[in-house]
Design a protein. Structure first.
Length: 298
């Protein structure tokens, strides 16, 4: 078991500890519970879906990177596939607070990057802020997605965000988590190709400023992230942060990034370059380049 989970694990009920430990000990545990593993935990503990997810929140919160607030928030996004995706807040010293990742954003993006088709429920240990409510309103689940919190009855996003402003108000039919492919052609080395592939699957229906990031860690592992744009603009999640979510879920220190590539549309109306460079510099990475991409002409 990774040391990050130790303190929270010891406080769990004995039955949950016994069933959970082999999963956390597995070399391929990267913050995702498969459907059969969820079933195993339920059978061992007698907990239903909602109660089990709430019981696992301390484990998700252990994934927080909170050097500014020292306030750990954990979230679990539960997909219609039966997979559960952990998420946690992430902050970056010496970078603007606007670069912060909220726990709900982390769990949702984690699910999106793993290929989840749709989310049924978000479980989180603190009430979602307005920023996160708006971010979740971009999902293809709509305001029907369930929100589960400790000590409260399960509600829907519609309860937390009445009279919501969303994609439909801007005549946008595309929704986050629904697969898209913008068809950018691969070029360059492996890292550049990974960034371009991420840009091809990014969600930017408002600006059409598609972008993706690929980072390579000291271990040699490559993590990719896609831009997730939002109808309200400010809750949009940059592509670097998406890549950092995966890196964090693989228990790699964010300061271990050795190289990064940003791929973005050559004709974009906005650029991720400055924000990406600033956050990478805060993490100690200066080996950063940008690749401009265009859709193939017909």
């Amino acid at each position: 078991m990774h040391a990050r989970f130790t303190s929270a694990f010891s406080a769990l009920p004995a039955a949950l500890q016994s069933a959970l430990q082999p999963l956390l000990d597995a070399a391929d545990f990267h913050g995702v519970l498969r459907p059969q593993e969820v079933t195993q935990l339920q059978q061992a503990t007698g907990l239903d879906d909602d109660a089990l997810a709430l019981a696992l929140l301390p484990i998700a919160a252990c994934c927080a990177v909170a050097p500014v607030s020292h306030f750990n928030v954990g979230a679990i996004a539960r997909g219609i596939s039966g997979h559960w995706y952990f998420g946690a807040n992430m902050e970056f010293l010496h970078a603007p607070l606007q670069q912060t990742v909220h726990a709900e954003q982390s769990a949702v993006t984690h699910a999106w990057l793993r290929g989840e088709a749709q989310l049924a429920t978000i479980t989180v240990n603190y009430t979602p802020c307005g920023h996160c409510r708006q971010f979740m309103n971009e999902l293809n689940s709509g305001t029907a997605i369930r929100i589960s919190l400790p000590g409260r009855a399960v509600s829907t996003l519609a309860d937390y965000l009445p009279d919501a402003f969303g994609p439909a108000d801007l005549n946008i039919s595309e929704r986050l988590l629904t697969p898209v492919d913008h068809g950018f052609l691969p070029q360059g080395d492996v890292l550049q190709q990974a960034a371009i592939d991420a840009a091809s699957h990014s969600h930017a229906p408002y600006s059409q400023s598609y972008s993706g990031v690929a980072v390579q860690s000291r271990s040699g592992q490559i993590y990719t992230g896609r831009y997730a744009e939002n109808a309200a603009f400010n809750p949009s999640l940059p592509p670097l942060q998406a890549a950092l979510i995966l890196m964090n879920m693989h228990n790699e220190a964010l300061e271990e990034i050795q190289q990064a590539v940003l791929a973005e549309s050559a004709d974009a109306t906005l650029s991720q370059f400055d924000a990406t460079r600033t956050t990478l510099a805060a993490l100690g990475c200066s080996n950063f380049s940008v690749t401009l991409v265009s859709k193939p002409t017909v």
